[in-house]
Every structure is written in C-alpha cells, then in structure tokens.
Design a protein around this ligand. Structure first.
Ligand code: ADP
Ligand code: ZN
Length: 735
C-alpha cells in the first residue's frame, strides 16, 4: 500500500484490493487496482461474471484468490471516496440491525446515475464581443450576469431570470457578448449565510440556542433533547444550531418526517440563510437526488433537509443532525433494512463527532428516558411564542351526547364548529381512519367483506368507488350481491372513515368549504403539499384529516381541533399504544391556535377517566411519562429491556410454523444471554399478499449482546424454497 494524498490510503495500480459490492454476497471480492491506482473508499465499477456492478474499495485484498484469475477494477467513479467514518458507520449500523453489508451499501448509494460519466451542460458567461446595439432586453440579460457575478446559467435559466425570450440570449451569443462553455451538470448549492439576521429570540429560546451552539463548537459528539410544545420556537432555536455548524465550516442535516417536508419549511430556511438548502426525499427528481449526493460528498451542500434515508448520504464533514418530531413513527423504516432513523442519527453522529438535536413536543419514551438517565442533555422551551397559548382541552363524554345512528360529530363539537364558521376561523376534525367506512357488512347474513389475499377487512373508498385492502393495496368494486349469501342490495358500510366524516360535516355545514387530508387522496407528495399551503392560506373552513394532520403544519386560522374517536388509539395490543395516543393527541391539540388566536381541543371519548385521556387533558406530561416508564420498567420492556421481532413468512402456513418451531427448540444462544423467546404465533397481520406470517418475539435484559446471540441463533438456518426471515431490532409496530 502506497502513500496518501488526502489522508486516505492509496492502492497502486495492480495492487490487490477488497471490494464491497451492492450484490448479495457475504464477503468482499478481490480485484486488482486499476490503472492510475485508487484510494481506499473509492467508488468503483467492477466486473462480476458477465456484469458490471457498483462497489467500494473496502481494504486490501484478502489474497486467498488465485492472482492469475484476478480481474481488474473497471474504473473509479468520479465521486469523492467514501470516508473512513462512513465505512465505520455502515459497519456498525449493519451489526446493530443485523443487516448484510451489501444492503447497507445499497442504502448509501441510492442516487441514480452514480456510475454515469460526469454529464455536462451548456452554460453562458460574459464574452468580449460588443453588441451591435443595446436593447432594453439585452441589457437586462447582461444585468443578471453582473448581479450574479460568479454564477453561470444555462441559456434557458438566463432568459427566465432576465424575463426575455430565448432569442434575445441567442442573439447575444452570436455577437460574442455571451460565451458558451461546457460545465458539469451537477453544480454546487448556493452558499448559505449564517450571518443574516435571525429572529429576535426570547430569553428561553436564546438560552437553548446558546447551549446547542456550544455543543456544536465543542466539535464533539453529544445528543440533546429539545422539548417544547408546538409553536414554542423549536425550529427557530435549532436553525441557530445550524448557523453555528455553518460558521464552523461543517455541514448540517435536518431530518423531517417525509410529509413535513413542505415548501413552507424550505422558505423559512431560505429566509434565515439567504438561499435554499439541498432537499433529499422521495419526491425529488433523479437529477436533484444525484446532485445532492455528489455535492454533499464534496462539501458543496452545506445543509440538507431530508427524509430518513438522507442519513446515508456521504457527507464530507457532518457536524450537526437535527431530528425534528423525533417521536414520529415514520422514522422507523418498516421494510427492507429495518432501522430507526433516530437511533442511526445518534450512531452516525458518534462516528463523526457531531451533535444531535432531537426535537419534539412529545418525545418518545426512549428519548425521555435517555434524558432522565443523563445520556442526553435536555432543553425545555416552556412557553409558546408570542400571544399564542396552549389550547383549552376538554373531553366530550360521548355517553351523554345525543347522536343519530351513523353520525359521529357530537352536538357539543358541532356547536364549537358553528362558532368557528361564524368567526371565519378553521376547524379540524381528526379521525385516524382512511376511506369511507372501515367495514362493509351484508345486512342479510352479517358477513364482512375481507381481502382475498390477506387477513384484513376491505375498506370502502368512495372517491374511487372501490373497496381496498390497507395491507396489500388490493382493490375490488363494492359488490352488489353479498359474496357469502348472494342476497342483492344488502351491502352496507359500517363505522366512520374520513371520507364519510366529510359527508357528515358537509351535511351539517352545507356552506362550508371542506378539505380532506388523507394520504390516499393525493397523487403525489407535491399535490398534498400544495393543498396544505392552500389550507394555510385560508382556503378551507373545515379540515378533515387522518394522522397526516398531526405533523407540523402551521394553519394560522385554525382554532378548533375535534378528535372524533379518542378511544381508537387506546385499544391496541401494542406496547406503545398509550404513548402513541398521548403523542398524537398532544400534537393534534397543538395544531389549534398556533398563531395569535387561542385554540380549543375537544376529544370525543367513551372513557373520559382513562389515565391516558386524563394525562392529556391535565397537561401533566411528566406524570404521564413517569407512569408509563414505571410500567415498562416493571415489565422489563423497552427502553428498560430489549426486544427483537422475528417475522417468518411463506406461502405454506405449515412450513412457516415448522421453521418457527424448529427455531424455538434450538434457542440455546438466546437462553445463554438470559433472553426469553415467545412464539411462534400468527403475526397480528397473519397474511399479507398471500404469504402467511408467523412471529417470534425475543425479550432480553438490557446490556446483553442481543445481536450477537440472534446472529448465532439464526446463522445455521437454511431457508428452504420461498421462506423468508426478517429480524426487527427494537420493533416499533408489532405487525
Ligand atoms: P416549533 O418548531 O416549536 O413548532 P416554531 O419555531 O415553528 O415552533 O415557531 C412557531 C412560530 O412562531 C413560527 O411561525 C415562528 O417563526 C414564530 N416564532 C417563534 N419564535 C419566534 C421569535 N423569537 N421571533 C419571531 N417569531 C418567532
Ligand atoms: Zn389484502
């Protein structure tokens, strides 16, 4: 191994290197370093059989492969080599989640066209030619170039910015006043300026911002819980931590739940730093994604706002990670590599000496407990900014409300909505059930329409005039005749879904403009965002939403939140059901009265004395967490114990159970660390897409090497045929 340039080891041409590929192999492959050599961490293209595959130079070759047969790396890609800390991060993340390294590498290379040769585009610069005459349009074009001195534009961009037709620009090129050049298509992001004025922070906010900035200045790892109700200024505060990172010349990443990635948020960032940051999410175009990936690696994107997978971007010098709404369940990836973005953020930060800020109004019990234990610092923003105050929260006791059959809006709630209509304010009704009706039943025989492939009932979606399975997405028309008894005209919807609630609201308030926010009603994230912006601008009187609306949108005119069925979240068998209900309700309640207007939150419930409902209404959060923590501690479950879920699936139920039983008989490696094994049992959703699912649950004391034991336990298994096994460390959902 030769000398080093950028501190990375270098392999001379012909030297043996070990390459990790994205192909499902359980080891590195040996190759010869290409002509010109390559750095450790270089992204390369290597031959594998007849194919070319993507890989990363992971170390020196193992040397056990016949050197005569050794093939050479085809070429080194034109991107910055993977940094040592990133390789360490991927390795640790793989160990923690029990994920094979190639799958980790796939996560880290999720940018289209990485192996394409650098593509070029035509740009224009000022040339020496003097134009024959100076028109107004021409001088506007030259003015734009002057205003943006160093920047170069494509002919199209230039024409747009100067507000002239493309022919004006062409004319100037002909005269030599503009010069054409070839430039790489992926360009650096505009510079962000931390010195632009921030908002005048309140004393509380300034203290918190100061503490976070000190963390960033330390240049060390550290995690801080930033807790404050919605509207208390958490975003303002963490943007100051971002400013501190930018001043220190380091990069920052703000993770948001996918749906909270709104134009509103980007505009706020732009207002603070003078330019738009890089964005990374599923709605971004291929070109945008490739640009982000490449620029992050060169340090030419100072700030990324992204969804959970942005944690795997190749940052050159990441100094700060913000996880906003850290309790949000969408941070847990539920298929493919099963990871929690919040936990991986902490791991990644530890590897690159960065600070993590976990922001939430209702932190997860895990984070709350880590703060209690002193592992995380904790900052509290106690008051809401400005005149806005916490909404007045009350239970509506449904046992004493007078409701017609098949209606769900109580007279009390209706009265409160009427008041908003009169005042020109907005009401929001929350019901966490998509579709029109959760059940379609035959009034002749009582049969319910179920999915043909899954163990789930079909949900009627009236806007598409079909029944849909929320497990597998299968749809079918609402049957005229009952599939069981064949009697016609007796199929009826039972229970409320968000679409049905919208009908009820429209009947109560025929003059109201009603907006329904449910993920399945929007063709794209973009369309949804646009709708949210329209609502924020006042283009709706009544908003109906599923859990989408619990995220951080700011609706200034919203002063009433009605939770249609507060009991819905309390019935689950899930370990985190109470916590979820608590968080959701606090978040939804926090939606009301964010701006100057005081809000009101009404929760319709049949059990107003339930401890969770009482804790929410009383506003005594610490008590809720303490009680919940005590229960979990007594039960030895997370965060006071460890869990892992094993899901086995296959088309043949007996074969899946045989595998589960065999695993349960051979649980020596688990018993040796004092872990308990439960199951096999049918998973809560026992069939998905025609595959039977069986679950085993491992419960272990804290502090034992759980992953090692799981690896030893599952390593000898040979999965026959179509059987699949997946391991979920720290399972969030129990499906
Ligand atoms: P959170 O992230 O806790 O929900 P935000 O940071 O979004 O709170 O603040 C809520 C609203 O109050 C935003 O519109 C924000 O711009 C405004 N705000 C918060 N703090 C200040 C401040 N110190 N000066 C001016 N506006 C503020
Ligand atoms: Zn189905």
């Amino acid at each position: 191994m030769g000398s080093s340039m950028s501190g990375q080891e270098f392999f001379q041409a012909g030297e043996r290197v070990g390459v990790l590929t994205t192909q499902p192999l359980d080891r590195l492959l040996d190759y010869r370093a290409p002509e010109g050599g390559c750095f450790l961490g270089a992204y390369v293209e290597v031959p594998l059989g007849p194919r070319k595959v993507l890989g990363v130079v992971w170390g020196p070759g193992a040397g056990d492969f016949d050197s005569a047969k050794l093939r050479a790396v085809i070429r080194v890609l034109d991107v910055a080599p993977m940094r040592t800390e990133m390789r360490q991060f991927l390795g640790k993340a793989a160990d923690y989640t029990l994920t094979p390294m190639p799958a980790m590498l796939r996560l880290a290379t999720r940018a289209p066209g990485l192996s394409d040769p650098p593509s070029m585009r035509k740009i224009l610069r000022r040339g020496d030619g003097v134009p024959d005459r100076m028109t107004d349009a021409r001088s506007r074009v030259l003015g734009v170039l002057e205003d943006y001195g160093g920047l170069a534009f494509t002919p199209r961009e230039l024409a747009d910015m100067a507000d002239v037709t493309p022919s004006v620009v062409k004319g100037l090129v002909k005269q030599g006043t503009l010069r054409e050049e070839e430039a790489p298509r992926d360009t650096p992001y505009p510079h962000l300026d931390p010195e632009l004025p921030s908002k005048q922070l309140t004393e509380d906010q300034a203290k918190a911002a100061q503490a976070l900035a000190e963390g960033v200045h330390s240049g060390c790892y550290g995690t801080t819980l930033l807790k404050g109700v919605t509207g208390s200024g958490k975003t303002e505060v963490y943007l100051e931590a971002v400013a501190a990172a930018l001043r220190a010349g380091r990069q920052a990443l703000v993770l948001l739940p996918e749906i909270a990635l709104t134009a509103e948020f980007l505009t706020r960032v732009e207002a603070r730093f003078g330019a738009k940051p890089a964005e990374w999410h599923s709605g971004a175009t291929m070109t945008e994604r490739r640009r982000v990936w490449k620029m992050v690696g060169q340090g030419a994107a100072q700030l990324v706002i992204g969804a959970r997978s942005s944690l795997f971007l190749p940052f050159r010098d990441l100094g700060l990670i913000i996880v906003d709404e850290e309790h949000d369940t969408s941070y847990k990836q539920e298929d493919g590599v099963l990871y929690s973005a919040r936990d991986m953020a902490v791991l990644r930060a530890a590897m690159c000496s960065a600070q993590v800020v976990l922001a939430s109004a209702t932190p997860s019990l895990e984070t709350w407990a880590n703060a209690e234990a002193g592992k995380y610092k904790r900052l509290n923003l106690t008051s809401r900014f400005g005149a806005s105050v916490l909404p007045d929260m009350r239970a509506v006791d449904m046992r004493s409300e007078d409701l017609l059959p098949s209606t769900w809006i109580s007279p009390t709630l209706k009265q409160a909505m009427k008041l908003r209509m009169e005042r020109g304010e907005q009401s929001l009704l929350f019901l966490n059930r998509r579709g029109f009706a959760p059940v379609t039943i035959c009034r002749a025989c009582g049969a319910q329409v179920a999915c043909d492939h899954c163990d789930a009932r079909m949900v009627e979606h009236r806007f598409m005039k079909r029944l849909m399975c929320h497990q597998c997405g299968e749809t079918k028309p609402v049957p005229e005749a009952c599939p069981s008894c064949e009697v016609e005209g007796k199929m009826a919807p039972v229970g409320p879904g968000i679409e049905r609630l919208a009908e009820e609201a429209a009947a109560l308030f025929p003059e109201a403009r009603i907006a329904v926010l449910s993920s399945d009603l929007f063709g794209s994230a973009r369309a949804l965002k646009q709708r949210i912006e329209e609502i924020a601008a006042g283009e709706a009187d009544i908003i109906l939403g599923t859990q989408l609306v619990a995220k951080g949108h700011n609706f200034p005119l919203l002063t009433l939140v009605g939770v249609i069925d507060a009991d819905l979240g309390l019935q689950g068998s899930d370990l985190r059901a109470a916590e979820r209900t608590f968080q959701l309700m606090r978040q939804v309640a926090g939606r009301a009265g964010r701006a100057e207007r005081p809000g009101e939150a009404l929760m319709q419930t049949f059990q107003p004395e339930h401890p969770v409902i009482r804790a929410i209404l009383s506003g005594d959060e610490e008590n809720f967490w303490k009680a919940e923590a005590a229960e979990r501690q007594a039960a030895g479950v997370p965060p006071y114990g460890r869990m892992a879920g094993i899901i086995l699936s296959g088309p043949d139920l007996a074969a899946v159970f045989d595998l589960g039983n065999a695993m349960a008989r051979n649980d020596g490696p688990l018993r040796r660390i004092g872990a308990q094994l439960f199951g096999p049992a049918p998973a809560p959703i026992a069939r998905v897409r025609g595959r039977h699912r069986v679950r085993l649950l491992v419960k272990a004391p804290k502090g034992v090497p759980l992953q090692e034991a799981l690896a030893r336990w599952t390593a000898p298994l040979r999965l026959k045929g179509d059987l699949r096994l997946s391991i979920d460390i720290d399972p969030q959902s129990f499906f």
